[in-house]
Design a protein around this ligand. Structure first.
Ligand SMILES: [Zn+2]
Length: 501
């Protein structure tokens, strides 16, 4: 008997046992629902069978500082299975929150997103990532008996690109009447510095993730990925998604990667390759800034268009890849600092890819934060290190009002505190979103595949859902998914970490 036959036999035995119990129990009027008992028995058998799956052997999971650390290892299918199995409860929960948000903002049903995933995205996904995505479904089903299939998981992986890039493009194509006002997101504050800007002359990289608190509170995974092919990866991420997606990661060949999203970006290429696939592939296979750029540009679909901030710890060089769809620009330096807060700067990208963005409006969130990065980084030239970068990510200086006040214009974003919201992203006043977590690393840590991460607002402030919803009933639709987001401590993670470390 092979393993799978043994498992099948074991399950059958338990099922038969359950049926016998059900028959025995059916005569006794006081017993609990016999059907429930049988279902529970079958569930338990399936979980036991799945837990002994050989594919799970190299994988592990533990929780620390508010984060869930998972180690995935092996061929693509096995890594997917491990991911789906180890994070099954979190994937089910995140899928519910994310899909609700996608449907709410676009006024499209879930079948629409499944179709886009199946017909447009899936055929262009590299075979190894198709296997990994299928593996996630298999692992998820083995653990929870989930009904989600691969179209659901692909649409879910594309949650940053389908609603805010594909749908507005499609609405325009189809001249959709009363189309909802969809805006590409503006996620994150970040910088990468090197040379005379940092304390030790080596690269320092920092990033905080801006998103809705609804999604952001779930952005708490640290993935340690040891793929059969390509480089080892340490990155933060989202349950069920194969790319980091807010994008902070390092690989074992020395590449350091983060980004901030380009505000008011417009455009989509239905024949292109999904951004989440390109971003994962680039982190797994690129050993240099040029290789990274090549992979990101290859099949660019315009989805989730970012200003990529890159570092190569082998050379000390840093770069900014402003990746529009119609235009793009790559800057590189071995002595400088490159910051991001959701603005494009190349004249051609601004003109062709972000026609509505106003770089001169000093009061907008992207531009006010840009001014603050310039100020803060200049003040600290030559002193920048990991500890200082952690502090910078929690900064509350509003350059438009010239005062300290956590709001939509501060590096550590608190849009829930802003009567203005962020109109460039269609975030209404007091939108429950902002900086949801932060990460920092430097060349020395990256060489040992280590990074620092803090869950929640990088300043340490808590977001509490109940009082927020009471004060802002306009966000009541989020009530089933919106949870408290309490800040954890700055916590160190590294590749190959054991649970007690
Ligand atoms: Zn803050």
């Amino acid at each position: 008997m092979n393993d799978s036959m043994r498992r099948a036999a074991a399950i059958l035995l338990v099922i038969l046992g359950g049926v016998a119990l059900w028959w025995a129990g059916s005569g006794a009027p006081a017993s609990a629902s016999p059907n429930d008992a049988m279902v529970a028995t079958i569930e338990a058998a399936r979980e036991r069978a799945a837990a002994s799956d050989a594919r799970l052997k190299p994988a592990s999971r533990f929780e620390k500082g508010g984060w869930i650390y998972v180690h995935l290892e092996g061929d693509p299918g096995a890594m997917g299975y491990q991911h789906g199995y180890l994070l099954a409860p979190e994937i089910e929960d995140a899928f519910a929150a994310v899909s609700a948000g996608m449907m709410h903002s676009t006024e499209r049903d879930w079948a629409f997103f499944r179709k886009a995933a199946h017909e447009m995205l899936w055929p262009k996904i590299d075979a190894e990532y198709q296997q990994e995505l299928q593996g996630i479904v298999e692992g998820l089903r083995a653990r929870t008996g989930s009904k989600l299939d691969v179209d659901d998981i692909v649409a879910f992986n594309a949650f940053e690109e389908l609603p805010d890039y594909y749908v507005p493009w499609l609405n325009k194509q189809q001249k959709t009447a009363k189309a909802p006002n969809l805006k590409s997101p503006g996620n994150c504050s970040a910088f990468v510095a090197t040379g005379s800007w940092t304390k030790d002359g080596l690269i320092v990289m920092a990033h905080n993730n801006w998103t809705s608190y609804r999604n952001g509170e779930r952005w708490r995974i640290v993935f340690d990925i040891a793929p059969k092919n390509g480089y080892r990866i340490l990155m933060d991420g989202f349950p069920g998604v194969i790319a980091s997606d807010d994008d902070f990661g390092i690989n074992s060949d020395g590449l350091m990667v983060t980004e901030t999203t380009i505000t008011q970006f417009e455009g989509w290429d239905p024949n292109g390759k999904a951004e989440f696939v390109r971003a994962r592939k680039a982190l797994q296979y690129a050993g240099s800034i040029d290789e990274y750029t090549k992979i990101m540009v290859d099949g660019n679909n315009g989805g989730y268009a970012n200003d990529w901030l890159l570092g190569d710890r082998k050379t000390g060089e840093i770069a900014q890849l402003e990746l529009g769809l119609k235009a793009r620009k790559l800057w590189k330096t071995k002595d400088g600092v490159l910051s991001g807060s959701n603005w494009a700067r190349d004249p051609k990208v601004l003109k062709e890819d972000t026609p509505q963005f106003d770089p001169a409006n000093k009061k907008s969130s992207p531009n006010a934060r840009r001014a603050r990065w310039d100020e803060l980084l200049e003040e600290n030239k030559g002193k920048i290190d990991v500890a200082l970068a952690e502090k910078m990510l929690g900064d509350h200086a509003d350059t438009a009002q010239h005062k300290e006040e956590a709001n939509e214009r501060t590096l550590c974003g608190h849009v829930d505190a802003s009567p203005r919201g962020v109109k460039e992203w269609n975030w209404q006043p007091y939108y429950p979103g902002g900086a949801v977590q932060g990460k920092v690393t430097d060349a020395t840590l990256a060489k040992e595949m280590r990074m620092m991460a803090r869950m929640g607002h990088p300043c340490g402030g808590d977001f509490l859902a109940k009082p927020f919803l009471a004060a802002h009933p306009e966000y009541a639709w989020q009530e089933p998914y919106l949870r408290d987001m309490k800040a954890g401590p700055w916590t160190e993670f590294r590749s190959g970490q054991a649970p007690k470390e």
